[in-house]
Design a binder for this molecule. Structure first.
Ligand code: FAD
Ligand code: MLT
Ligand code: ZN
Length: 464
C-alpha cells in the first residue's frame, strides 16, 4: 500500500490527494450517517488521463477504488468499507461544462459537474435540463448517471438514463472508452453506455457525459392539494394528464405525518392550509399561455370530491415555498432519527392496491409502526419508509427491520414492482438483490461484473 500511495501522489500532484482522516470524514461518512468507512487516500484527479493512471496503478496493486460524486447516496454506495484499504476517487475537480450545443439540444459536462451547475448552463443557453432532485446543489452528473437518478420530473422526461446521449468511461484496467457522442440515433453495435448507467461505480468510472436538453417548458403552475385518501392520487393524475395534454412536470405525494416532520424540524416551514389533510399532492404543470388550465382541472376534481382543498402558487416565490416543503423532507427525516427506508415502485395501475394492502400489512406486522410515505407517485415510485418504536434494542431493530422490509418487498414483488426504484442498491439493498432479481438476471449481472472488472477493484461490496 505504501508504494501505491506514493505512486498515486505522483500521478495526482499536490492538489490532487488528501490523506488526513479528519478532513476526509465528509467523504467517509454517508449522508444519513448510517455508513462510515475508512480510506488511506482520497484521490482528486483533474483530468481523464489522471483517472486512467490512478485506475491502472490501483489495478496493478490489486487495490479497490470507490468512485465518489457528491456523496448524497441514500444506500451507502459511495462510502469505502471499514478495512481502510479502499481508495476513494472523487470526481469533484472535474466539474467543467465542456459544451452546450443549443442547435443539437445537448450539453456535455465533466462527471464532477454539480447538477445545479449543469441546469444553470442549460438555462443560460435558453434550454432546459429536466433532471431535478433535492440534492441538486451537491450531487454530480457522474453520480446521477451512475445511480440512474430519478427525481421530480421523471413522468415527463424519464430518469437519468433517458437523458444520456454519450459517455466517457474509464474501465477497470485504465482503458478510456470514449462514447461521448451526441446522437439521438445510433445503431452501430451494442449500446455500451447503457451498461454504465445505474451500475453504481461497479463497472467503470464515468468521467464525462453528453445529456439531452429540452426547450424551456415556459410558464409553470404549481399547486399543493389536500386529499383524504392516497389511493385517489392515480385517478387525479389520469384526469390531469388529459386535461393538461400530458404537460405534468411533477406529481408528488406526501403524507400529513411527513409534512408534520418538516414543520417540526425545518425552520419557517409551514403548510399553506388552515386545516390538516391526511395526504397532499404537490403538482407542477407547464401551462404555457393558458395558466388557468391547472385551476380549472383542480376545480373539476374538487367537484368530483377527489380533492378536499387546493392552493395554487400566485408567483414564483410562492411556488418556491411549496417546493421548499418538499425538498426539506429528507433533512427532516434525517433529523427525526432512524427509519427503515424502502424506495419501491409498482406499475401505476397497482398503486392503489399497494397503498391499501401496505396499510393492512403494516397494521398486521406491528400496530406501533409509523408509516413515513412520500414520493414520486406519478412515476409509480414511493419512499415507503417505516419508523419502528424508538425503545427497541439494536438487535430487535435488526430482526424486526428485516422482517418488515421483507414483507413490504414481498408485496411489491407480488404486484410486479421493484424493491429498488430510485436510489440504487449500494450496500444497503445488496442482500435483497439475489432474492428479488435472482436466476438468469443475477447470473448475467455477475458475468458482466466478472468480464468488465475481473479483479473486482471497482466499488467492491456494492450492488452484487
Ligand atoms: P454519490 O453519492 O457520490 O455516488 C452514488 C453512487 O454512484 C456510488 O455508488 C458511487 O460509487 C457512484 N459514482 C459516483 N460518481 C461516479 C462516477 N463518476 N462514475 C462511476 N460511479 C460513480 N435520488 C434520486 O434518484 N431522486 C431523488 O429525488 C433524490 N433526492 C435526494 C434528496 C436528498 C436531500 C438527498 C441527500 C439525496 C437524494 N437522492 C435522490 C439520492 C442521490 O442524490 C442520488 O442518488 C444522486 O444521483 C447521487 O449523486 P452523487 O453525485 O451524490 O453520487
Ligand atoms: C426524495 O424523493 O426526496 C428522495 O429520493 C430522498 C429521500 O428518499 O429521502
Ligand atoms: Zn425520491
Amino acid at each position: 500500500m505504501t508504494t501505491l500511495l506514493k505512486t498515486l501522489k505522483e500521478i495526482l500532484g499536490p492538489q490532487g490527494w488528501n490523506c488526513d482522516p479528519e478532513e476526509l470524514r465528509p467523504h467517509t461518512t454517508e449522508w444519513r450517517g448510517v455508513y462510515e468507512g475508512r480510506t488511506p487516500l482520497l484521490a482528486r484527479p483533474a483530468t481523464v488521463d489522471q483517472v486512467a493512471a490512478v485506475v491502472r496503478a490501483c489495478a496493478d496493486a490489486g487495490v479497490a477504488i470507490v468512485p465518489q460524486g457528491g456523496n448524497t447516496s441514500m444506500c451507502g454506495g459511495a462510502i469505502p468499507d471499514a478495512t481502510g484499504e479502499q481508495i476513494i476517487l472523487s470526481l469533484s475537480r472535474m466539474n467543467r461544462v465542456l459544451d452546450v450545443d443549443a442547435a443539437n439540444f445537448s450539453i456535455t459536462v465533466e462527471a464532477g459537474c454539480v447538477l445545479a451547475d449543469a441546469q444553470e448552463a442549460a438555462t443560460v443557453a435558453g434550454q432546459y435540463l429536466p433532471l431535478s432532485l433535492g440534492a441538486e446543489g451537491s450531487c454530480q452528473i457522474g453520480g446521477n448517471i451512475a445511480t440512474n437518478a430519478g427525481g421530480l420530473n421523471v413522468g415527463r422526461y424519464g430518469t437519468a438514463r433517458a437523458l444520456v446521449l454519450g459517455l466517457e468511461v474509464v474501465l477497470a484496467d485504465g482503458t478510456v472508452m470514449n462514447s461521448l457522442r451526441s446522437l439521438r440515433k445510433d445503431t452501430a453495435g451494442y449500446d455500451l453506455k447503457q451498461l454504465f448507467i445505474g451500475s453504481e461505480g461497479t463497472l467503470g468510472i464515468i468521467t464525462a457525459a453528453t445529456l439531452r436538453l429540452f426547450p424551456d417548458p415556459g410558464q409553470l403552475a404549481t399547486a399543493l392539494v389536500g386529499i383524504e385518501n392516497a389511493g385517489v392520487a392515480v385517478d387525479i393524475l389520469a384526469s390531469l394528464k388529459t386535461a393538461l395534454d400530458d404537460r405534468i412536470e411533477s406529481f408528488e405525494l406526501v403524507s400529513q405525518r411527513v409534512f408534520g416532520l418538516v414543520e417540526r424540524h425545518i425552520p419557517d416551514a409551514t403548510l399553506p392550509f388552515t386545516e390538516e389533510y391526511p395526504w397532499y399532492l404537490l403538482i407542477e404543470t407547464a401551462t404555457g399561455s393558458t395558466p388557468q388550465l391547472l385551476e380549472d382541472a383542480l376545480a373539476t376534481e374538487i367537484e368530483r370530491e377527489r380533492i378536499l382543498d387546493a392552493v395554487i402558487a400566485k408567483n414564483s416565490k410562492e411556488a418556491e415555498a411549496l417546493w421548499r416543503l418538499r425538498h426539506s423532507i429528507s433533512e427532516a427525516e434525517r433529523q427525526d432519527g432512524k427509519a427503515l427506508k424502502h424506495d419501491v415502485s409498482v406499475p401505476l395501475s397497482k398503486m392503489q392496491q399497494f397503498l391499501q394492502r401496505g396499510d393492512e400489512l403494516l397494521a398486521r406486522l406491528r400496530p406501533d409502526l409509523r408509516l413515513i410515505a412520500f414520493g414520486h407517485v406519478g412515476d409509480g415510485n414511493l419512499h415507503y419508509n417505516v419508523g419502528l418504536p424508538r425503545d427497541l434494542t439494536e438487535e430487535e431493530w435488526a430482526t424486526e427491520g428485516a422482517r418488515i422490509t421483507r414483507a413490504i418487498y414481498d408485496l411489491v414483488a407480488e404486484l410486479g414492482g421493484s424493491f429498488s426504484a430510485e436510489h440504487g442498491v449500494g450496500q444497503s439493498k445488496r442482500a435483497w438483490l439475489a432474492e428479488y432479481r435472482g436466476g438468469a438476471e443475477l447470473e448475467l449481472m455477475q458475468l458482466l461484473k466478472k468480464t468488465l472488472d475481473p479483479a473486482n477493484i471497482l466499488n467492491p461490496g456494492k450492488v452484487i
